[in-house]
Ligand binder design. Sequence first.
Ligand code: GLY
Length: 341
Amino acid sequence: MKLYTNQDINTLGKTIPPCSGIFAIIDNKVEDYFSAMKNWKIFPLHASESSKNLATAARICSWLMENKADRDCFIIGAGGGVTTDITGFVASTYKRGVRFGLVPTTLLASADAALGGKNGINHLGIKNMIGTITQPEWVFQSPAFFKTLSRRIFREGIAEVLKTFFIFSPDLYGFAVSFFSGYDHRNPSKKEERILERIIKECARLKMEIVRKDEKDRGERMVLNLGHTFGHALENWASENRKNILHGEAVAAGIVLSAKVCAALDLCPKNLAGELAEDFKAVGLPSSFGVRVSQIFKAIEQDKKASSDTVTLILPIEPGNVVRYIIPAGELKKLCSRLII
Ligand code: GLY
């Protein structure tokens, strides 16, 4: 996978290999950016977590067939995490797999979702239940897109940046917390723009280093799931209960809950959860939605990291140090009975 960082959108055409046709699945919120791409066939996607499903994937496949996309075509996905996930899923299954490239247009997709080849779609109310791990040919990052984002959508991406830095680097974690505390993504100074570019580049480098070691997510890569088992369960609960919780917000709350569980197991200092909550507050992220963990426990057990009677958690010890911890589901349930997320 080739990573183009901090690119000018006008250079995108040069990244596309010789192919029989270019088919682009583009979040309709950013469609205007691609109006100069006259030789692309475009599928405008109303991207939302609730449309990241088999029905949408089937609609895109039908569109590809109607437009005679063959095995030598090239598929592009441009948008946030929902768009890059569904594009990767379609491209890696259509005609048993065609080449594809991703243009993440949110901070969340640039820092995490578009990197590493995970292409999941939701099924029967469970996040990313069906999917593939297939790498795109390239990921094309351009922070110029971020100015289109609302404050809330931009900020949810900060959760994935802080997650990656917490796992790998105490220095970068501390630096990013203070940088994002005073950052206005719609009105950045030149210096701030350069710093953000470096943050994204470093985040991508750290993530891809571990993906290269364990692409299929069977070992080392699992640390990247910090906050995700609880976060995904919260998202599943939110979609069942018509609550509006974004993925990054759920991850932030999931990380704080992981620290509470970790403290209850005597594996980290008691004040870590509070410190993390303070950090998230400083960058404009929530750290709890007031939901009892017992309400989301069924979804925790259905997470992909759970086997029949154990759950694999990634627990934060301190910045730069997380551990993989396998816990019997019954024990986790007891431990969480009084906790909230
Ligand atoms: N988002 C976690 C991973 O890509 O492994």
